[in-house]
Unconditional design. Structure first.
Length: 138
């Protein structure tokens, strides 16, 4: 009985968190915005499938405490992927509240905004890789 209640609570919490993430992604229009920036509207279905499958697999690997052991190159690739996703999510959130255009106009750095955003994404990616490889605490 106790295990069934824990399973029900865990499943319910997962649905609530998943719904919140989907609501955030939908509110910020991340996938359509990504297609607009990269001019790849024909791949919008593929973006959605990749997002769903990778989220599911990441959750399952996290829950099962399973490691793929694919080596350092896969770690670097996945670190860049996670960093890009988090950077795009942060950029989309900032853009939704119009922070970036306002700061760009006030500081008179409109022509450099593309480079600033790219440096934020790369910084997040490198920081994540350093955190996962060098500064990992067991």
């Amino acid at each position: 009985m106790k295990e069934g209640l824990l399973i029900l609570m865990g499943f319910s919490e997962g649905i609530v968190v998943g719904s919140g993430v989907v609501a955030l992604l939908t509110l910020l229009d991340i996938i359509p915005r990504l297609c607009q920036i990269t001019r790849s509207y024909s791949y919008i279905g593929l973006y959605q499938i990749i997002l769903i499958v990778s989220t599911f697999l990441g959750s399952m690997f996290s829950l099962m405490n399973y490691s793929l052991k694919l080596g350092i190159y896969f770690l670097v690739f996945s670190g860049f992927s996670y960093g890009i996703f988090v950077g795009m999510l942060a950029s989309a959130l900032a853009e939704a509240v119009d922070v970036i255009p306002i700061i760009g106009r006030r500081l008179n750095i409109d022509k450099y905004m593309k480079y600033i955003i790219i440096s934020l994404i790369l910084g997040k990616s490198f920081g994540s890789i350093l955190n996962w490889t060098i500064f990992k605490m067991d």
